[in-house]
Design a protein around this ligand. Sequence first.
Ligand code: HEM
Length: 128
Amino acid sequence: DETKTPYVSLGEREGIEKLVTTFYRLVGQDPLLSPLFPDDLTETAYKQTQFLSQFFGGPPLYTEEFGHPMLRMRHMPFPITNSHAKAWLSCMEQAMATHNLEPELKNFLLSRLKMTAYHMVNTEDSER
Ligand code: HEM
């Protein structure tokens, strides 16, 4: 149904929480991404669930609790390269595949997340 927001198509907050849980399980196993994150991803996953709920057209749960997202600024403490953005998107694509998202919804959401992910890049990949 094209009139539904992605938030509703994803199963509202509960559906997003499941997706995010799978996503951070993959992030925690990713050799490039995991060193940037805390060992316990509970709080990270909670914040991401609140954020993606609003990002995908649901209620502004993140802003209500944590204020304006200012995502690029909140990511500045971490050296994020193009390779990190690619790995982040790959984990999200895998999580979406695990939860059997409709291809159209999946592609639409990934295209939106792609813009945000590359916007977080603040460090050049080192030459090897
Ligand atoms: C927080 C990494 C992309 C949304 C974080 C944290 C790290 C991180 C290390 C801090 C975790 C913590 O202290 O709990 C990355 C990397 C990315 C990326 C390597 C690759 C490009 C994104 C994207 C989004 C996003 C695309 C949104 C669609 C968030 C949110 C938080 C967060 C909402 C919590 C901010 C807070 O309130 O502290 N990210 N991130 N991130 N990230 Fe990302």
